[in-house]
Design a protein around this ligand. Sequence first.
Ligand code: PRP
Ligand code: ZN
Length: 299
Amino acid sequence: MEKPLRLKLAVQKSGRLTELSTDLLVRCGLKFSRAKDQLLGFGENMPLDLLFVRDDDIPDLVEEDVCDLGLVGLNVVEEKKLELAARGYSARFEILRSLDFGRCRLSIAVPDEVIWNGPSSLEGRRIATTYPYALAKWLTDRRIRAEIVTLSGAVEIAPRLGRADAICDLVSTGSTLEANRLREVEVLLESHAVLVRTPVELPKEKSDWVARLLMRIDGVQQVRESKYIMLHAPRAALPAIRSLLPGSESPTIMPLEGSADKVAIHAVCRENVFWETLEALKTAGASSLLVLPVEKMLA
Ligand code: PRP
Ligand code: ZN
């Protein structure tokens, strides 16, 4: 018997995206087993295995077709594109989806006490970063000459050690900056997780699974915000009520037994339903309001 072809998907080994990435895949139906500290997570119910690696290596692994897919921050992808461009190549991996998690910014930060007069304050200064290509481009675009101090980590302590006057690093909650008495002054890039794929054409077996996975990812992303709402309302209030339902297309409207002018309305709202919306619906005549989470959705 021929061995089935298995997709290989690279995820961050340990970091901000690790749990969020595996969580997305589990919501897509994947059950996987991984022995402690193992590089490989074996997909038990799908021909899809996870490769746990350093996030900075993910674009290369996908570019070189070691992995078919990768979940990684746009910040890492953009830095890799610039690095390849500087060496005369263009990136061949493809971004398949922007994902709704892993939000952060690549920013310039300076010690709290430094007076900031805009980007020109960096003229002639040393900036520590693990993103030398993104930083170099940003500086060049602004015609600022500064020294880029490329580090492999622990960028936030460079100013205190006297190795740099400023840093260029990822900021998510801002707590790392605060703990190191640094303040964010410029944003170079807004980032979030993306799904990337190899430039190499995949055999049908594999590409079929990529298509299924994409459909499930879209479904997962849609339901995260979606709610199912049920309510009663007088027929006369229907136009007002429909206009208040956030992001819903065509609600189901049903007669209510024993009531001539009242109906029941059920609708999927593609956005979160806030208390303010419920209050407005009530004011418009709605009663018996119920909001439920949506578990799965397939367009
Ligand atoms: C980034 C960055 C900071 C931290 C900022 O590291 O280097 O250390 O996150 O987050 P905060 O604003 O919530 O404190 P990341 O986890 O991405 O690891 P890596 O840069 O080593 O991949
Ligand atoms: Zn990293």
